[in-house]
Design a protein around this ligand. Structure first.
Ligand SMILES: [Ca+2]
Ligand SMILES: [Ca+2]
Ligand SMILES: [Ca+2]
Ligand SMILES: [Ca+2]
Length: 439
């Protein structure tokens, strides 16, 4: 009898312990995070162990619509820089297709929310390609399958949704100018890394730059647009190639066939940028010995788009003058690589800093100000701009830079280089090479 009592007690004890363990282990499967912590608990090296488990995450929704893949970011600033976001500062979002009519993530763009959903690995092709260098945890995605588990914490919109803008509606007079045949060629580039990082503002930059070039004597046949997977967000301008190694090479080869030693070449680089290991040490010079090249990012590619690669390709083109407008983060890092006589390079910031969109988030800050200076008007408002400081009726690249520098709204320092040495400056000479170069 006594033995039986002990046995029963033991059984109850063992069962209780087992239940405690069970409840502990099931608790453990439900991760709960706050904004301040980032998403490191979910996006750990062992994140795949949590797949199919429920997780709770807080942050700001980034959902631009169209082909854009939605995500949550820890802070609004994470969306407002053109740098690759650290893995712990964002997590991808997906809505169960059955709920497509009930939950439109675009309606939450810029708002702070708390989401409880199921952890998955995204099947998006471009995310899987970029995971080769971003890491496997970049595939982590929270799938929302219960509308009641998407809760707004802060209804204030912290960043706007990029608006659709048509160049000819904004600049009807410029759009009516007839294109003269001239020896000018241009390459407009924007990769964007993957479907969650390729923002609409890059497309606005490309569209407005394309038409501005047309109005300044660049024929359509002499402009090549390299963008994302080779398809535009609308049909306002053509897209010629995908932003991958082949697309960039093909664009350069095409333009090379139309250029000679009298050509003027305009090169606009857009999208994200970030430092990466400098395998051949060619970016080290003077006081810079950080062994870092700059990666200016392809789209849907496992490769990185090195400044070395860009310079090697561009330097094989025959030309008289070159204008470079470089928007990505760490954009100043291209100045050294593209150094040479008769070249003017304008960048959004230094070799070591992140850079931003304009205040409305519709263009890059650098590109918005460049377009304003050249076209004499804001791209998205009636406000006129006079960047022609010497009143000769034309805006030189020097004058455009001075306008850009004086108009800067963000914590970035646009750089300029026109002396052929590959050094950047913020106070160029008013009689330097760039003062005589026009779009
Ligand atoms: Ca290098
Ligand atoms: Ca560097
Ligand atoms: Ca560089
Ligand atoms: Ca002038």
């Amino acid at each position: 009898m006594k033995n039986l009592k002990i046995k029963t007690k033991l059984t109850i004890a063992v069962m209780s312990i087992a239940m405690i363990f069970f409840s502990l282990s099931s608790c453990k499967k439900k991760e709960s995070l706050t904004t301040n912590e980032g998403y490191g608990k979910v996006k750990s090296d062992n994140w795949r162990d949590l797949i199919d488990n429920e997780v709770t995450v807080e942050g700001y929704v980034v959902s631009e619509g169209g082909s854009h893949l939605a995500k949550l970011v820890t802070q609004p600033e994470k969306y407002l820089v053109d740098a690759i976001i650290p893995e712990t500062d964002y997590i991808l979002l997906e809505v169960n297709s059955d709920l497509a009519n009930q939950i439109v993530l675009g309606d939450y763009h810029g708002k702070k929310v708390r989401i409880t959903g199921v952890l998955k690995a995204t099947s998006d092709r471009s995310m899987n390609a970029s995971s080769q260098f971003l890491g496997d945890k970049s595939l982590a995605q929270v799938k929302i399958d219960d509308p009641s588990k998407l809760v707004i914490i802060d209804n204030n919109i912290k960043f706007g949704r990029p608006t659709y803008l048509n160049f000819c509606e904004r600049y009807p007079i410029i759009c009516d100018l007839s294109v003269t045949i001239s020896n000018k060629t241009a390459l407009l580039y924007s990769g964007g890394v993957n479907a969650s990082s390729a923002y609409y503002r890059y497309w606005n930059d490309l569209k407005f730059m394309y038409n501005t070039l047309r109005a300044n004597g660049y024929s359509a046949a002499n402009i090549r647009v390299v963008y994302k997977d080779g398809t535009g967000e609308d049909t306002d301008i053509p897209v010629d190639y995908a932003a991958n190694p082949n697309g960039f090479n093909d664009a350069v080869d095409y333009l090379k066939g139309r250029m000679n030693s009298n050509s003027q070449f305009f090169f606009m680089m857009n999208n994200h940028g970030g430092p990466t290991t400098d395998a051949n040490g060619d970016d080290n010079r003077g006081g810079i010995n950080d062994n870092l090249d700059e990666n200016y990012c392809y789209y849907n590619s496992s490769a990185i788009f090195l400044d070395d690669t860009i310079a090697a390709k561009i330097n094989r083109m025959s030309m008289k003058t070159m204008i470079v407008v470089s928007k990505p983060c760490y954009s100043g890092g291209i100045i050294w690589d593209l150094r040479g006589t008769n070249r003017v390079i304008l960048t959004s910031g230094t070799e070591f800093q992140v850079t931003y969109p304009n205040l409305a988030g519709t263009f890059g800050e650098l590109t918005y100000n460049f377009l304003s200076a050249i076209n004499g008007k804001f791209p998205d408002a009636a406000t006129t701009v006079d960047a022609d400081t010497n009143n000769d009726g034309k805006v030189s690249m020097y004058e455009a830079y001075i306008y850009i520098k004086n108009t800067e709204h963000r914590n970035e320092q646009p750089q300029f280089s026109d002396d052929g040495t590959g050094t950047a400056t913020t106070s160029p000479s008013s009689s330097g090479f760039g003062a005589g170069v026009f779009l």
